[in-house]
Design a protein around this ligand. Structure first.
Ligand code: DX5
Ligand code: ZN
Length: 215
């Protein structure tokens, strides 16, 4: 079970300090938004590059942007260990996944809540991770969408059928209350933003989430 906290709800003036509060995090999940693919604007490759040089944890870049085919390679160059693109935005997801891997990062594909996994089953061997969104992307602090749980289960089945080691990440509304549902359905990698950075002790919350997911 991997916990990959989102820094979207952390203090943007002290990102490195916020990362230091969660030493047990497996990755730092960084939400990149372009105000086109989603109605919010956050940060880009220069911030990831500065952070990657400073923090202990590897960086998991979640690109909620148009034209990831054009921009994703920059995030690998910036030092992201894992780069997630949205399949709804990608022009050539197979080529893009291969390019991310060739540049040396883990390649990951995200699905919005209304996007089914089945049409993309054949792409799975090209990927190191699939991200099933459990809220509409764009903002932290939204309510977990239970309607996404069956898709987590189907994605796990399709991953198992490939025989490959592909991680299954969930993102959106993940908390002590909802993480078990995700784990039970087959998720093994968990983004949590407000649950972690809204806690008095974010580091302890990371471990509490990990324990609850494994229960
Ligand atoms: C939302 C982002 C998430 C967000 C999660 O579009 O992709 O990573 O930070 O925040 P919580 O855990 O508060 O839903
Ligand atoms: Zn995210």
């Amino acid at each position: 079970m991997r916990i990959t906290p989102s820094l979207l709800n952390a203090d943007f003036a002290h990102l490195a300090g916020e990362a230091a509060r969660i030493p047990g995090a497996d990755f730092l999940h960084m939400d990149v938004m372009d105000n086109h693919f989603v109605p919010n604007l956050t940060l880009g490759a220069p911030v990831i590059e500065a952070l990657a040089k400073t923090v202990e944890q590897p960086i998991d870049a979640h690109l909620m942007i148009e034209d990831p085919d054009r921009w994703a390679p920059q995030f690998v160059d910036a030092g992201a260990a894992s780069v997630t693109f949205h399949v709804e935005a990608a022009r050539a997801p197979v080529r893009l996944a291969r390019e991310i891997r060739a540049l040396g990062a883990r390649a990951s594909m995200a699905l919005k809540p209304a996007t089914p996994i089945e049409p993309y089953a054949d792409l799975l061997p090209e990927l190191d991770m699939v991200l099933v969104m459990t809220v509409e992307p764009g903002f932290g602090g939204q309510k977990f969408l239970d309607l996404c749980v069956p898709k987590i289960r189907r994605t796990r089945e399709l991953i198992a059928a490939t025989g490959g080691e592909i991680w299954l990440q969930v993102d959106g509304g993940v908390s002590l209350e909802t993480i078990e549902r995700c784990a039970e359905a087959g998720a093994d990698t968990f983004v949590a933003g407000s649950a972690v950075f809204g806690a008095d002790d974010p580091g302890a919350m990371v471990e509490a989430l990990r324990e609850r997911a494994a229960a």
